[in-house]
Structures are given as C-alpha cells and as structure tokens.
Design a protein around this ligand. Sequence first.
Ligand code: 5CA
Ligand code: ZN
Length: 411
Amino acid sequence: MRAWSAPEVPVLPVVGPPVQLHDTATGRLRTSSPAGAARLYVCGITPYDATHMGHAATYVAFDLLNRAWRSAGHPVTYVQNVTDVDDPLLERADKVKIDWVELAERETELFRQDMHALRVLPPDHLVGAVESIPWAVAYIERLQAAGSIYQVESDLYFSVSADSTFGSVSGLDRAQMTPLFAERGGDPDRAGKKDPLDCVVWRGERPGEPSWDSPFGRGRPGWHIECTAISQEHLGVDFDVQGGGSDLVFPHHEMCASHAHVASGERFAQGYAHAGMVAYDGEKMSKSRGNLVFVSQLRNSDVDPMALRLVLLRHHYRSDWEWTDAALWDAVDTIQRWRKALSLGAGAPSAPVVEGVLAALAHDLDAPTAVDVVEQWVAATLGTGGLADTSDQRAGHAVHQLIDAALGLSL
Ligand code: 5CA
Ligand code: ZN
C-alpha cells in the first residue's frame, strides 16, 4: 500500500558518529555497521482506531534511528506493516457495524496524515497484511518443509520446540512467557496443542470472518507470520534492526525470530530495539483500555504537531512514561522560544550544538540530551539577543537545519 509523502531532510555539513543502539536480546549497546543500506523493520499499526501518543512515541523513536543512520552516512531501507486484518479490527468493525475493509482503510489514512504531520520519514515499503497473504502462505510452506507445522482442527500451529534458539530475543523463561502469551493474543490452553506456547500461523475459516484460499484450506494468516513474511520478503535474513514497542518483545518478536530461524537456519535480525510504553491516567495507553490521547484530536485542536513531537523527544525512547497536558503546554511554550532564537539569525556558536546533538542521538537515540543541548543554545542566544560580537552570524540557520535533519523538528 501507499506510504505518506516524505518531508525534506536538510543535508548537514558534518557526518554523524556511528550509531549505537540498545539490543533487547543481549541487553547491550550494539554499534550498527551496515555494509550497504541499513535495513529496518518496525511493527506497524492495527488500524481499528486513531493513532494515539503511544504509537506516535514508538514511530518517532524509530524515526530518530532512521535519521541517525542517515546522518552517519548510511542509506536506510525501512519496512513497516499494517495489520489490516486481525481479531481486534474485525471485532471493532462488527461492533460499530461498518465494513472491516472500510474501517482499516479509514484509520490507515488517518495514520498517514498523523505521521506526515509529525514529520516521520515514511517507510520505503508500507505493507498490509492482506496484500502479503501470498508471502505468508509461502512462508508457512517453508516452515512445513522444515517439519515445524502441525494441525489442530482447521488451524495450523508452529511448534516452538523446532527452534533451538526460542527464547533468545526476550530472554524470558517459560513461567514468564505463559501469562504474556495468553495476555497478548495467544491460546495456551487450547486442546490438541503440543506445547502451550505454540502459535497459530494459519487460522481456518470461521463463519462471518474474511478468508482466503490456500493450500491449507480457506482461512487467514496468524499475526506473527505476517511480520516474518513481510520482513523477509523485503529485507531478507539478518537485517539490522527489528523494532516496535516493548509490548511486542514476547511473543511477537520472539515468534518472528523463531519462524525465520527454522525456515532459513539464519538469524532473523542482528538487533532488537523496543520503545517504552506511554501511559495515561496511570495505565498503558491502549485501544482496549480506552485511555487514549489521539494525535489527530490534538491536531484538530490547533496544537502545533512540532510541540507534540517535542513532548516525545523529551523522553528517552526506552523509558515508560506518562502523558500529561502540562508537558504538552510546556512544549508549546518551548517551541515558541526556540522559534524566536532561530529567527535572530546570529547566535551562540553552532558547531558544538551540531556535535552535541548528533553525538547524543548516535548514543542510543538520547533525544532528551539532544534537546537539552539545543535548550542551552537557545538560552545563550536569547540571553545575548543574538547580537554579541563573538556570536556565530549564521548560527540560527545551522541550528535550524540541524534540528530539522536530526530531530525532525521543522521550526
Ligand atoms: N500491528 C501490531 C504490530 S505487528 C500492533 O501491535 N499494532 S498496534 O496498533 O497495537 O501498535 C502499533 C505500534 O505501537 C506497535 O509497535 C506497538 O508496540 C506500539 N504501541 C502500542 N501501544 C503503545 C504505547 N502505549 N506506548 C508506546 N508504544 C505503543
Ligand atoms: Zn509486527
């Protein structure tokens, strides 16, 4: 499917440092050194409701990675999926009595507009679950050939015991895995399964649900195989980073990694990066709980999307944090001050700001530190009225280009 149009990214006069990123699987920082283009897959939305600030936080986090790689001189191949057929989407469509295809299309379009407003660089490939069904089917056949698939009634399951490395992404033991599996779409108690943690890869047709033809009968793919198939189709094995929110570490990313390892004998991804969860009213912001702050709602109330982006940048991507209106209004004021400082033209020296911001972002996407570096420049520049003799005559322009390219803030 179509992505959204790309904002322009100014070319900076300096090359940024190599990018270090925390890897969930090892718990350590990993320096990425892609030979050609850096290959990034980020799990996309399930489009049954509008984009909330939690989703936005995750996509802005990976946008910082995309931008840091580009600043370091690496082209990036970025793939994202849209889970445009899945249980929660079908249930919502049923409840509100609209066609599930129409609901998915409408919410996907709103997501594109939100991402565009937040100046998130679009993926090179935005791929729907429905359009990727042939790849999922072919991938299930590979897993079948590897002896890792069995049938329970009309459904096909992937046997986690087929993968000797199962558990290596999350590092969880079985006692920790089982409740998470049940909570996040799994069915540990289903009769006929060989292992409670085995996941469904093909769901046989159910009355009233959409279904497609396949060598395994009519039905639709399971959730995990969707992301395995799409990522492998566009990026191949051992791509640089598999990303998403931390709610996807287990079972989702664990299963994708296992599928790919069993099918190919190779590593799925070199590293796994996860964004923290954004909460509201004391609980994780989620469509099922309904405690949501929507990007589109704030945009419709004339909130500058750059202020929304600044709120996100002020939190480290790996931390869990709570959305507050106070933080939003503070960001609105900050954006105004930044605009004023940038408009002066001359200002405090820009070279240390460029260096400081690029270094912070290359060090595990430390946007809060990068924002502090800009804040200090703004304070120094406003303090001197931008006119001190020792000032940098083109500082405003240099910092403007910097925060646009590296932080995605166009002011
Ligand atoms: N379609 C699947 C991924 S294949 C899915 O999880 N969709 S989603 O709409 O529920 O979430 C979209 C992305 O936002 C995922 O990467 C998810 O991890 C992330 N996300 C969801 N809720 C939050 C939250 N409260 N804070 C931060 N990120 C979140
Ligand atoms: Zn996914």
